[in-house]
Design a protein around this ligand. Sequence first.
Ligand code: XIL
Length: 345
Amino acid sequence: MMVAYRTRVHLALSSLSLALAASAVLAGGAGAATLGSAAGARGRTFGTAVATSHLGEAQYASTLDLEFNGVTPENEMKWDATEPSRGVFSFGPADTLVVHAQGRGMRIRGHTLVWHSQLAPWVNNITSGSDLTAAMTNHIAQVVGHFRGKLAYWDVVNEAFNDDGTRRTSIFQRLIGNGFIEAAFRAARAADPGAKLCYNDFNAEGTNAKSNAIFAMVQDFRSRGVPIDCVGFQSHFIVGQVPSTLLANLQRFANLGVEVQITELDVRMPTPASQANLTRQASDYAGIVGACLAVSRCSSITTWGITDKFSWVPGTFPGQGAALLFDANYVRKAAYASTLRALGG
Ligand code: XIL
């Protein structure tokens, strides 16, 4: 009797917990089955850089749609793409991506308005500060205005500092001077008051001379009411070399009242990838997710691509790759599992 009763209770309890687990998955609760739903359950976005040109590949699109709840256009919103000639704007591939993301409830990070790289060549022919300010503020007004109301975030200025904390001598810095960043943020706010405005950079993930300089700038902007809402940490890491001060650094920026975000995450290694490095990569990814989750204002994590097949890494760092969560055949890597687990999935 007793045994039968226990068995029935046990059966009833296990089907109850199965039902609970299933509804948690559906609601994106604990045990959520995708990166986006698990991050969503923690109040975060898990995004990826997307190239519009790959959306026609069925596995690319289905992996994006299933796993991610945020997108950053990898190249489609950069200056050379959006204003190739002065005053001539082109938004085709960016619009396609925005429509794709909006139709699926994904949050979009606009990337990027003012950057020395992938700049339309005509900008480099400008010779006066006043003309460059006019070109820059018009570029921002037109591009941000075009997407007004559709993007959650904009990387307004990208990579304006050197590793030693001095300003990079871009054309903006040379012709306009230190004030170009502030001018860019003010123009972006005017063009879309609903988008959160970010400064974005690399090698600033840990506490160092570069992040100190960015910190001082953000502190100054906040105290003077210059509109800045978020700081993006690109996070193009080398396996085994995630800075130990990542969490503390994210937290000190968050303490200024801005959101912090991991915006271009990848963890590269020599190729072909060794098993040991793939295992180390899995723990690196989990540690990065853990750092973001530990900081309440860390609102999103974006990997710089979906699959190793299309990652920028091998083309930029010869002999390295395997930096993302899905391998070149869209197979989930150890880093995928550790990331999902770290998100609570
Ligand atoms: C990279 C893209 O992934 C490549 O496709 C492109 O050829 C060059 O730019 N920091 C950034 C990103 O802010 O825009 C860069 O993206 C990678 C480094």
